[in-house]
Structures are given as C-alpha cells and as structure tokens.
Design a protein around this ligand. Structure first.
Ligand code: PEP
Ligand code: MN
Length: 352
C-alpha cells in the first residue's frame, strides 16, 4: 500500500509509480478515500527492491506491506479509518436500516411507491426493491428491466437511497447507469469472483456502495472477507457485509441464522456489517427478534423485507415481509439497542 505525501498523486507521479511496480509483475489500484487516495499494490508487494525504489521517490510518504490476505479490507489496513457514506449517512454513526420489497412488481408500481414512502416514514435509511431476482425455479418471475424506473422513481419521490440486486453484467450496467446507490450481491453470487471484480471496476470512483451477502455455503469468515476484497481490489472499497443465514436450515427457519458472526467479522475487518434477518429466518413473525439479535451482536444495520400489503406481494414478500407499522416499532427498538450497546462495544469508550 503506497501512501503519498499529498492527498493524491499527480498523473505524472502515478505513471512513474506504475512503471516501477509493473517491472515486478504487480499492478497499482488507486483507492479513493474521503481525505486522500491511497494506492494498493496488487501482487507480491513485499519485493524489497521495488519497495525501496518507491520509497526513494520524494513524493511518497510510506509503503506499508500489509501482513494479511486482505490488503484493503483488513482491520489494520490503511483503509481502517475509511467510512462508507450512503445518502449522506455514515455507516457506523447511527443504525442503518434498509427496507422495502423483496421484488418490485412491474405491473403494480403504486404498491412499491406506497411502501417506499411508508418505510421512509418509519425511519428507514434506504429502500430495497428487487428489479431482478435469483429464483430457484426457472419458471418463477425473474424480475424485469422495466422495474428500474420504478425503483428510481421511489428515490425521487422519497429522497432516500435505493438498493437492488445485480446478478450479471447486463444488470450491473443498467444499475450503474441509473445511479442505484447500493448494489446488492446475492448469496448465490457471493462467490462469483468475476462478477465481484467487475462490480469493483465499474463502480470505482462512483458514489455507489455494495451490499455483499454471505453465501449459503460459506464457512470461515475469511472466505466472506476475501469476497469483499475482490470488490475493493477492483476499485471500490465501499463494501458492507451482509450475513443472511447459511445452510443447513434450522427446523422451520429458511436458513441457519448467522447474525452471531458479526463480532467475528468486526475483529478482522473494518467493513460495516448489515444483517439480513428476512432471508435468515424466512417468516415475517420471526424477523423482528432476529433483527434485534443482529443489532445486539454489534451490526451496523439491517436489511428487512417490508411491504405495505404483504399478501399482494410477489417473490418472498407474502411470507417474509413485515409491514411498515412493525418496521416503525422495530426501528425504535433498534435505536434503543444501539444506545445500550455503547456500554459494551469495545470501539466506543466505556461510559462506566
Ligand atoms: C433477496 O435479498 O431478496 C435475496 C434473494 O437474497 P439472498 O441473495 O440473500 O438469497
Ligand atoms: Mn427476497
């Protein structure tokens, strides 16, 4: 990791750095932070001669070789103080709640817009709405490009950011072009490394964050952080990690709830954790307690499927969406846990 003396390298300086690094089969990836740009060296960054040549340039402050498989996402990396801001809200400062439909019904845009207003009123920070959906059965509704207009309309009407899942490059291009604020990578694609790389590249230097779900089969937390590292190495470090339940399922729950990995993630990475209780437990009646458990475990926020009329919903909505009224109470309770947590959270000074 190269840290320049000024807030960023000039084009001339960057060219010089790249030419040195390439001699050692490495490449340079600029990572734009709030205050300055740092330059990740991807490849064998411990090559002593290369490091010394870089350090010999009078516009370079430091060269930190990170002793971790995660050069960017590691809690001790140069990005440790990087903060993700979405719609003017900084993750980690207040609870970040994303709420809305599993799936947007393009035949009924009004329903989605109604939910969008209602979740905003309930206190949500962002709206979720699936334009495209990964469905187990190829004959189930797969989503539709036309729903993107409805998603963006919801942002225009409410003024809060929007989140949607992308599964391939076609969808990614449409979502980036439309300026979606949060791109969701679903559990099925969390190990699709070429998609992760592409997302990092296409969203580098753009005010777009990525919500990376944990795949159903992921075991060690390192595997999850490594997936986030792919996006960051592509150029976008604004990655939020989203545990959403894993296999095997637990009795009547949809998956095996995994919000308890939050403290383990936070020991290893600075990335915010936004838990998805909806897909984890899979039934509306279990969602509030799972969301509160996630917050008690130290999550920075939750993403909760919410629908103004769940029985009229499509996709997962009829079975697992809570109503905006339940969301409103849930957000109050999340805020209460946030306050209580300050007494326990190591990252916040103890008050007693
Ligand atoms: C979703 O958020 O609607 C979804 C499909 O989630 P996951 O990728 O976690 O299954
Ligand atoms: Mn869903």
């Amino acid at each position: 990791m190269i840290i320049p003396k000024e807030s960023k390298l000039s084009a001339e300086q960057l060219k010089e750095v790249i030419s040195i690094v390439e001699e050692y089969n490495c490449r340079v990836q600029p990572i734009e932070g709030h205050h300055r740009t740092i330059y990740a060296v991807l490849g064998e960054e411990r090559e002593t001669i290369m490091v010394n040549r870089i350090l010999g340039l009078d516009y370079i402050d430091r060269f930190d070789a990170v002793d971790s498989p995660f050069k960017l996402m590691d809690i001790h990396s140069e990005l440790a103080n990087h903060r993700i801001v979405v719609g003017g809200k900084m993750l980690g400062e207040d609870p970040f709640v994303i709420a809305g439909h599993c799936t947007i019904d393009p035949k009924n845009p009004q329903l989605f817009l109604e939910t969008a207003h209602a979740v905003k009123e309930a206190g949500a920070s962002a709206i979720r709405g699936g334009v495209w959906k990964p469905r187990t059965m190829p004959y189930s509704f797969q989503g539709d490009d036309s729903s993107m207009k409805i998603l963006i309309e919801a942002r225009e009407q409410t003024g809060i950011p929007v989140d949607t899942e992308v599964m391939d490059e076609h969808q990614l291009n449409i979502a980036v072009e439309a300026g979606v604020d949060i791109l969701q990578v679903g559990a099925r694609n969390a190990l699709n490394y070429s998609l992760l790389k592409k997302i990092g590249e296409l969203t580098a230097d753009k005010p777009i964050a990525v919500l990376l779900k944990r795949s159903m089969g992921m075991g060690p937390v390192n595997e999850f952080i490594a997936a986030a590292e792919y996006i960051a190495a592509g150029g976008n470090p604004n990655v939020m990690l989203c545990p959403r339940g894993t296999a095997p399922t637990m009795d009547t729950y949809r998956n095996h709830p995994d919000e308890s990995i939050t403290p383990l993630l936070k020991e290893k990475t600075w990335a915010p954790v936004v838990v998805d209780p909806s897909h984890s437990v899979g039934r509306a009646k279990y969602v509030p307690s799972a969301a509160l458990a996630a917050m008690a475990y130290g999550a920075d926020g939750v993403i909760v499927e919410t629908h103004c009329q769940p029985s009229k919903g499509i996709g997962d909505d009829p079975k697992q969406s809570i109503t905006p009224k339940v969301l409103e109470k849930l957000i109050q309770d999340i805020n209460a846990i946030w306050e209580i947590r300050k007494h326990y959270n190591n990252r916040v000074p103890q008050t007693a």
